[in-house]
Design a protein. Structure first.
Ligand code: TYD
Length: 132
């Protein structure tokens, strides 16, 4: 399975909505790092890498964007536009994200600290590594 979509519990009423992500109960891994991305041009393409070990849950907390996921055999596009949904991606999946709405904010919850050696930034290298 290339990815799974997590439907978070929403605590909502007439004053608005709240999602709480708590380690051990609502979440598939221990969160070591959170980062977020905004101010992206619609046609910008971010990502263009895979991770050797990292797991991530990606939430589009505002607006929308498309995640293109590739396991070396097939490519799928996942449209994210709901802050109550998390895109869970495990290791060894090539990802690119694009088609950003002007108000898009992408929040990423990651299972490890930042480590450049965990990145595979070359697509041919990715294909070589997953074939092993
Ligand atoms: P990168 O992961 O390439 O961004 P994206 O996948 O969204 O296109 O990261 C962009 C830059 O930010 C790069 O120089 C590495 C740095 N960076 C950190 O220092 N810490 C982090 O946690 C992340 C995700 C990136």
């Amino acid at each position: 399975m290339m990815y799974e979509l997590l439907n978070f519990k929403v605590r909502g009423d007439h004053t608005g909505n709240l999602v709480a992500l708590e380690q051990g109960t609502d979440f598939p891994f221990d969160i070591k790092r959170v980062y977020y991305i905004w101010g992206t041009d619609r046609d910008a393409i971010r990502g263009r890498h895979a991770h050797r070990n990292l797991e991530q849950v990606i939430v589009c907390t505002s607006g929308s964007c498309d995640f293109i996921l590739d396991d070396g055999h097939e490519r799928v596009t996942v449209h994210l536009d709901n802050p109550a949904v998390g895109l869970h991606i495990k290791s060894n999946i090539w990802r690119e994200f694009t088609n950003f709405s002007p108000d898009c904010v992408v929040m990423v919850l990651a299972s490890e600290h930042y480590d450049e050696s965990d990145y595979i930034r070359d697509y041919e290298q990715f294909k070589t590594e997953i074939a092993k």
